[in-house]
Every structure is written in structure tokens, then in C-alpha cells.
Design a protein around this ligand. Structure first.
Ligand SMILES: Cc1cc2nc3c(=O)[nH]c(=O)nc-3n(C[C@H](O)[C@H](O)[C@H](O)COP(=O)(O)OP(=O)(O)OC[C@H]3O[C@@H](n4cnc5c(N)ncnc54)[C@H](O)[C@@H]3O)c2cc1C
Length: 388
């Protein structure tokens, strides 16, 4: 019988080490400074793209690294652990890159993937709507046939990074010609298309990536804006949503590692009663608990990524949900405890922790909320009745 292997492949270890070096070169100070000045982290994004990190999961023939989502997740985790959680990695290479690689035509792959892979192009992702939210069956953004092409109308909300994207992968619906029912379909919409407008939503998150409301008012799209089959969009959507959850987990895990690292260093140095404050179990035990929860969440994230990369979309779904949940919860706890460990310094800008208090709360809300994950586990993992 084969033993289960809990060691990452050597190449991934080397990738982590190289990405960690890049993250250290920029660091949280750079990230927070850019965010506070209303600027992006373009230099870091471009360098990560040039070094092949952003497209590590995309096919080699379109400029990617030919590896899997486990490797892309390792890249995001390491950058976040260095204090640079690049939110757009969740959408551009992970969701959009995956969906186009798996379901796009050769033409679509040639057009979009090389830019996504080398960082020169960005594609963001829009599913959330003001009146649908967690219930994506209720989305109303609709595409109507227009000769060979499409006309798309609707509204989206809380869409990350639209101002820095070339295009948005929009989840809309088309009408089934036989039944008249609406079914989901995915469209690439260039951000400069006539009829496409966006408006920034002010958020209390210190982040270089901004959030937007989208207004699609009779946006005319060519036939090849439709990605994949009109009839199989649910399956295609799920193919992109598992990587989204795995990357959401990695985003949280990296921030948890960053916060825990800072808390431990400070607890070892700061003395107010003669001995380092880490001597007090009131501070040491919560940090030890966070370390345990972090390792557990990381293991589940690795399991989800491994199942996804082996082609088990169904098995990956359960683990990806659990990983996203566990990683978000430990990240919230880690940042909170790191602030507490630092006393007053925990909220001083110089110590680089207060910036992350709302960033980690995002992990409990998006890409899928804590409650919707618990609904999934209750129903699918435990066999409880559906509650909604
Ligand atoms: C910073 C940020 C970035 C984002 N980026 C993107 C993006 O790039 N693209 C995109 O498409 N979306 C994005 N989102 C949207 C995000 O995915 C949604 O906010 C999230 O899915 C929750 O939807 P909602 O905000 O409409 O909340 P609602 O669906 O209104 O839910 C409100 C509350 O009710 C709870 N709830 C709802 N239904 C149930 C139920 N059946 N049982 C129990 N509890 C329930 C929820 O868990 C939540 O706590 C982003 C959000 C934020 C905050």
C-alpha cells in the first residue's frame, strides 16, 4: 500500500522560496504605501508575471508554466505571507485563466492567456449582482442574440479590479430557445466596450485593488465573446469557482502567516515585566492555537488543490469549501491576536497590522460567505435537509 505523501514536490518548494524572495523585496510597507496613495502594485505584478509566477497554472503553449492550481496557490500564499496579498491573482489567472484554458477556443486562448500569464493583461470576474448576491440562481444579467453576436444588459456589484482590467468575464444568462428558461453563460466583455460603465464603491479596506459596480446597457459583443458551450456553462462555472475558493484560502493563509510571524517576533522581543511578553501563556497559547489551525487549514487547501489538479472537480468542491472556511477563520484570528500581542503598537501604521483587519474579514464574506459554506457542508457532507 502506498503511503500518503504530505511533502510538497521539490519544484514547489523551490517555487515557494523564489516567490518568498520576491515578496520580501517589496514587502507590506510597499503594499500599504501604494494602497494608501491610491496606487496599484504594478511593479510587483509585472515582475511576478515576468518571472512566470502569475501564469504558472496556465498551459505552456499559451505562455504559462504548465503546472497546476496548487502551484498558483503557493505563489499567492507566499506573496501574502510577505505582506503582499495580491487579490487579483484570485480572479485573473485563477478563475479567468482556468475557464478560458479549459473551455475557450484556440482563438480565445491565443487572445487572452499570454497576457494573463505574463501579467501584461488582466481579466477580472463578475458574478455578484445587487439583487442576487449569494443566490447566483437569481442573476438577471441577460444576453440576447444579435445576428451572430450578443447584446448583454444587467448590473453587477463588488467587482474587483475593473479599473485595471482589459476585460471582465461576466456571468450572464441566455434564453433557452426550446423552454424559454434562462441558463448561465460566460462572456468576455472588454472594459472599453460602448455601454459598459463602472463606478467605484468606497470600501474600508486598505488595498490597492478597488471594488466597482458595473452597468451593462445593451453592450454589443461578437459571437466569440461567449466562452465555452452555451449549454454547459454551469459545469464551466464550477470549474472556475473551485480555483477561486482554493485561491481565497491561500490569500487568507498567507496573511495569517504574515500576522503570526509578526506576533511571534514581537512576543519574543518586547519586555514589560522583565521577561519577553511571549512568556505569558495568555499570549503564547493563542499563538500556538493559531499555528495549529493554520497548519490544518493549509493541509485542507493542499488537498483541495491536489484533487482539483487531478481532475476530481466534485471531491475538490467539498475540500475547497472547507479550506476557504478554515483559512478565513484562522486569518481573522491571527490578525486579531497579532494586534493584541502588539498592544497599542498593533494599531499604529508603522507596525503594518491594522491594514489587514478588514482585509481578512473579506475572507469570511467572499468569494462565498461563511454561511453558504456551512450550508454546503450541512447539506452535502452531512446529508442534512437544505435550509433555503
Ligand atoms: C472586497 C470584495 C471583493 C469582491 N470581489 C468580487 C468579484 O471580483 N467578483 C464578484 O463577482 N463578486 C465579488 N465580491 C462579492 C462577494 O462574492 C459577495 O459579497 C458574497 O458572495 C456575498 O454576497 P452578498 O454581498 O450579496 O451578500 P448576501 O447574499 O446579501 O448575504 C448577506 C448575508 O446573509 C447571509 N446569507 C445569505 N443567504 C443565506 C442562506 N441561505 N443561509 C444563511 N445565510 C445566508 C450571507 O452569508 C451574508 O452573511 C466581492 C466582495 C467584496 C466585499
Amino acid at each position: 500500500m502506498n503511503a500518503m505523501n504530505f511533502t510538497e514536490p521539490e519544484e514547489r518548494g523551490a517555487l515557494r522560496a523564489a516567490v518568498a524572495e520576491l515578496g520580501k523585496k517589496y514587502g507590506h510597507e510597499y503594499y500599504a504605501k501604494q494602497a494608501r496613495a491610491g496606487l496599484k502594485t504594478d511593479e510587483l505584478w509585472a515582475e511576478a508575471g515576468r518571472l512566470g509566477y502569475l501564469g504558472v497554472n496556465l498551459p505552456e503553449e499559451y505562455g504559462g508554466g504548465g503546472a497546476g492550481i496548487a502551484d498558483l496557490a503557493a505563489v499567492l500564499e507566499e506573496l501574502a505571507a510577505a505582506g503582499c496579498p495580491l487579490l487579483l491573482m484570485v480572479v485573473s489567472p485563477a478563475i479567468c485563466g482556468t475557464v478560458i484554458s479549459r473551455f475557450g477556443t484556440d482563438e480565445q486562448k491565443k487572445r487572452w492567456l499570454p497576457g494573463i500569464a505574463d501579467g501584461s493583461g488582466r481579466m477580472v470576474f463578475a458574478i455578484t449582482e445587487p439583487d442576487a448576491g449569494s443566490n447566483s440562481h437569481k442573476i438577471t444579467t441577460t444576453a440576447k442574440r444579435d445576428g451572430d453576436g450578443w447584446v448583454l444588459s444587467g448590473r453587477k456589484v463588488y467587482i474587483s479590479g475593473v479599473d485595471e482590467a482589459d476585460a471582465v468575464l461576466v456571468v450572464g444568462r441566455t434564453e433557452d430557445t426550446k423552454t424559454g428558461k434562462l441558463k448561465p453563460a460566460l462572456f468576455t466583455v472588454p472594459t472599453d466596450a460602448p455601454g459598459f460603465e463602472y463606478q467605484q464603491i468606497e470600501m474600508d479596506i486598505v488595498s490597492p485593488e478597488k471594488q466597482f459596480g458595473l452597468f451593462l446597457d445593451d453592450v454589443h459583443l461578437p459571437a466569440d465573446a461567449l466562452v465555452g458551450e452555451e449549454d454547459a456553462a454551469i459545469a464551466q462555472l464550477f470549474a472556475g469557482l473551485n480555483p477561486e475558493r482554493i485561491m481565497g484560502a491561500s490569500f487568507s493563509l498567507g496573511i495569517a502567516r504574515y500576522a503570526l510571524g509578526k506576533a511571534v517576533s514581537y512576543a519574543n522581543e518586547r519586555k514589560v515585566w522583565g521577561a519577553p511578553i511571549g512568556t505569558h501563556q495568555g499570549l503564547a497559547h493563542p499563538l500556538a492555537e493559531i499555528k495549529i489551525e493554520l497548519e490544518l487549514a493549509k493541509l485542507m487547501t493542499q488537498k483541495a488543490a491536489s484533487l482539483y489538479d487531478s481532475g476530481d472537480d466534485f471531491g475538490a468542491g467539498e475540500s475547497a469549501n472547507m479550506a476557504k472556511y478554515a483559512a478565513a477563520e484562522v486569518a481573522i484570528r491571527a490578525v486579531d491576536q497579532a494586534v493584541q500581542t502588539h498592544g497599542g503598537n498593533g494599531l499604529a501604521s508603522e507596525y503594518g497590522l491594522g491594514t489587514l483587519v478588514t482585509a481578512v474579514r473579506l475572507g469570511r464574506i467572499a468569494p462565498v460567505s461563511r454561511e453558504m459554506v456551512l450550508n454546503f457542508v450541512g447539506q452535502h457532507s452531512l446529508g442534512l435537509p437544505r435550509s433555503y
